[in-house]
Design a protein around this ligand. Structure first.
Ligand SMILES: Cc1cc2nc3c(=O)[nH]c(=O)nc-3n(C[C@H](O)[C@H](O)[C@H](O)COP(=O)(O)OP(=O)(O)OC[C@H]3O[C@@H](n4cnc5c(N)ncnc54)[C@H](O)[C@@H]3O)c2cc1C
Length: 277
């Protein structure tokens, strides 16, 4: 849609060019959300495209994803054969309610900064124990754990003018086995629950990440694979019934049911010897 409050679009080639920040400014990534509804409080968009950040970079220590990397670019990226968790990338891209137009424009960083419960790039990066690099205003870059970034439905720790620069998926997490479950009420609909479990190769640990069913990602770490009863108890302790996310994409009770159902399936899948990577 046309945004008739916008008076100016800036195209900096370096972040330093935006030396001041004021009310009415907004970073523009893919624009798929910004241009989908009126932005009455915004008069200036600051386009991140001309920063020309390299979208994807692999090294033996992991995969670096620029915040401006498009979902379509990430999907096409094959990754290293040494990383058993790489197929999780495509599983999460496929969990997006999106036409090809959205996929080609929308960015990984934009999805994370939108901080919607059904943000699949949040699910992916939290499950793979990512760290985010942020650019605060007038301070050195800051690294934070992905799991600490989103604080609720459409809220996160970013202060006005702060920028998400990149996402690092560590090789240790990419080397894990994983199990993935996802449901939405309608075909290509927004996720009602997206649950991921990971486990270190030849080990008995279990990292569970529950997203979409809750306003922010919930992660529960087990040193050893729990029994079904232990798992259920841990979920009850980690997510009180009233903390499930209730919206048109599913009631809180439905999402709670999915969380129990999927986590038990994931537990059983990873507990089985020779479970798929
Ligand atoms: C039809 C449709 C379906 C959608 N389906 C989904 C869905 O299933 N799940 C979902 O999560 N979302 C969905 N969305 C919302 C949105 O399109 C996505 O979240 C998308 O990934 C946002 O990315 P973008 O690059 O287009 O962000 P933009 O629209 O450019 O920006 C989104 C917000 O993030 C801020 N921002 C962007 N990049 C940065 C950065 N690097 N640092 C700091 N702030 C930044 C912007 O200022 C803005 O506030 C949908 C939207 C539409 C129109």
């Amino acid at each position: 849609m046309n945004l008739n409050t916008i008076k100016e679009i800036l195209h900096p080639s370096s972040v330093d060019e935006i030396s001041q920040w004021r009310d009415g400014y907004a970073w523009l990534a893919g624009g798929t959300w910004l241009f989908s509804e009126p932005q009455v409080a915004t008069d200036t968009l600051i386009d991140l495209d001309q920063l020309n950040w390299r979208a994807l970079e692999t090294s033996p220590t992991g995969l670096d994803i620029a915040a401006t990397c498009r979902i379509a670019e990430l999907y096409r990226y094959a990754g290293s054969d040494e990383w058993p968790a790489m197929p999780l990338v495509r599983e999460c891209c496929d969990a997006f309610l999106a036409s090809f137009k959205i996929w080609n424009a929308s960015t990984v960083g934009g999805n994370i900064c939108m901080s919607l419960p059904a943000g699949p790039m949040i699910s992916l990066t939290v499950a793979l124990e990512a760290t985010y690099t942020m650019y605060p205003r007038n301070a050195p870059p800051l690294e934070i754990r992905a799991v600490d970034f989103v604080t609720g439905n459409h809220t996160n720790i970013l202060q006005p003018g702060e920028l998400l620069r990149s996402i690092r998926l560590p090789a240790a997490a990419l080397s894990k086995r994983f199990a993935f479950r996802h449901a939405s009420l309608t075909h290509l609909g927004r996720s009602a629950a997206l649950v991921i479990g990971t486990q270190t190769k030849d080990a008995d640990d279990f990292l569970l990440t529950i997203t979409a069913a809750t306003p922010r990602p919930i992660q529960i770490r087990f040193e050893h694979m729990p029994s079904a009863a232990e798992l259920r108890r841990a979920i009850d302790e980690g997510i009180p019934a009233e903390d499930y996310f209730d919206d048109v994409h599913g009631s809180a009770a439905y999402k709670r049911h999915l969380a129990y159902y999927f986590t038990e399936q994931i537990r059983a899948e990873l507990a089985a010897p020779g479970a798929r990577a």
